[in-house]
Design a protein around this ligand. Structure first.
Ligand code: NAI
Ligand code: MG
Length: 343
């Protein structure tokens, strides 16, 4: 039976990396029935249409799974990020961002394998912002709740337990933000007691950044609040080859939306040179979520081989192939691996 999945190609480089990802998924032979919706936030608003039409969250509620490209957010003005709106409306509270080295890439470290768990619905992204025109004072409130903290930290520990990971580090700023970050840390410590087999420690966020740059191999799972998790995941992406190779997924109790860490990359959009690896790796996470374990392993294996050989990569990771040339090369490798495994 075909997997019915909502497909949101997004804007900027989104449609390009989505087409490449679909090519690779097609090579796995797994049957998908895509419910495709175009969301082009900024142009929708110019045309006085909603930036996030209701049929998008409805489609995800129906199919329970979505594969999503990036969507541009206006900076400093305009509508609330469509990405943030989707995560909040569907209560996708856990943003999981694995940063795993690929062979052959010239990066500061080899064999990095860490996962950032970012709380995805509250903190400074709760949307509680005010501006006093007269006094010219702006406030953004970092709302942290016991329930929100408990479910993300618990999600992180459950994930660690299920996937044979050994340690969880909680990143916070509880020395200064005694109330909000303090609550997150306190709840985190309580949750950790329920998982005695998994090591637990915490780091103040600024030190966490330094630690990750200098000693990334010492970390395994890192859980944090929304903004810190966002920043840490781009930092960790930089350790394994950049945003072009770093996958992500948003999970709630009922739905899952798979999307890369990167944004719409307006600086390279429309040129056919974006690296689709990040979205392809997000699609691998989706395959696992759909219990298509063999296909997931095959795409991963093909990725490792193609990166180790290094002759079909995109420009961001030192090659000269286009988005689709890379995808065709990878798809051919997936087909070859599948043919030899069934031969
Ligand atoms: P960005 O991630 O789009 O780009 C940062 C840098 O990384 C750029 O130099 C870009 O060319 C490069 N890059 C990103 N993805 C790449 C890929 N697949 N292949 C090769 N190079 C890649 O971040 P930026 O520029 O801060 O944001 C651009 C827009 O994207 C903003 O409107 C932002 O709000 C939005 N955004 C959307 C996200 C989402 O839809 N989930 C996530 C992050 C940002
Ligand atoms: Mg980000």
């Amino acid at each position: 039976m075909a997997h019915r999945v909502t497909l949101l190609p997004g804007d900027g480089i989104g449609p390009e990396v989505t087409a490449a990802t679909l090519r690779v998924l097609e090579a796995t032979g797994i049957d998908f029935e895509w419910d495709r919706h175009e969301i082009i936030g900024i142009s929708a608003v110019e045309d006085q249409r909603p930036e996030l039409p209701d049929d998008v969250p409805e489609s995800i509620r129906e199919h329970k799974v979505a594969l999503k490209g990036p969507i541009t957010t206006p900076v400093g003005e305009g509508f609330t990020s469509v990405n943030v709106q989707l995560r909040q409306r569907l209560d996708l509270y856990a943003n999981v961002r694995p940063c795993v080295s690929l062979p052959g890439l010239d990066t500061p470290y080899e064999d990095i394998n860490l996962i950032i768990f970012r709380e995805n619905t509250e903190g400074l992204y709760a949307g509680i912002e005010t501006y006093d025109e007269r006094l010219e004072i702006a406030d953004s409130i970092a709302r942290i709740t016991r329930r929100g903290s408990e479910r993300i930290v618990d999600f992180c520990f459950r994930y660690a337990e299920k996937n044979g990971r050994n340690a969880v580090t909680l990143a916070h700023k509880a020395n200064i933000l005694k109330k909000s970050s303090g609550l997150f840390l306190q709840v985190g410590r309580e949750v950790a007691e329920r998982y005695p087999d998994i090591a637990f420690n915490d780091r103040i966020i600024d030190n966490m950044c330094m630690q990750l740059v200098m000693y990334p191999q010492e970390y395994d799972c890192i859980v944090s609040t929304n903004l810190f998790g966002d920043i840490l995941s781009d930092l960790a992406a930089g350790l394994v080859g950049g945003l072009g190779v770093t996958a992500g997924a948003n999970f709630g109790d009922d739905y899952a939306v798979f999307e890369a860490v990167h944004g719409s990359a307006p600086d390279i959009a429309g040129q056919g040179i974006a690296n689709p690896t990040a979205l392809i790796r997000s699609a691998v996470m989706m395959l696992r979520h759909l219990d298509e374990v063999e296909a997931a392993n095959t795409v991963n294996q093909a990725l490792r081989e193609v990166y180790a050989e290094g002759d079909a990569l995109t420009a961001d990771v030192g090659g000269s192939s286009s988005t689709m040339e890379f995808a065709e090369h990878l798809a051919a490798r997936v087909e070859k691996l599948l043919a030899t495994s069934t031969a």
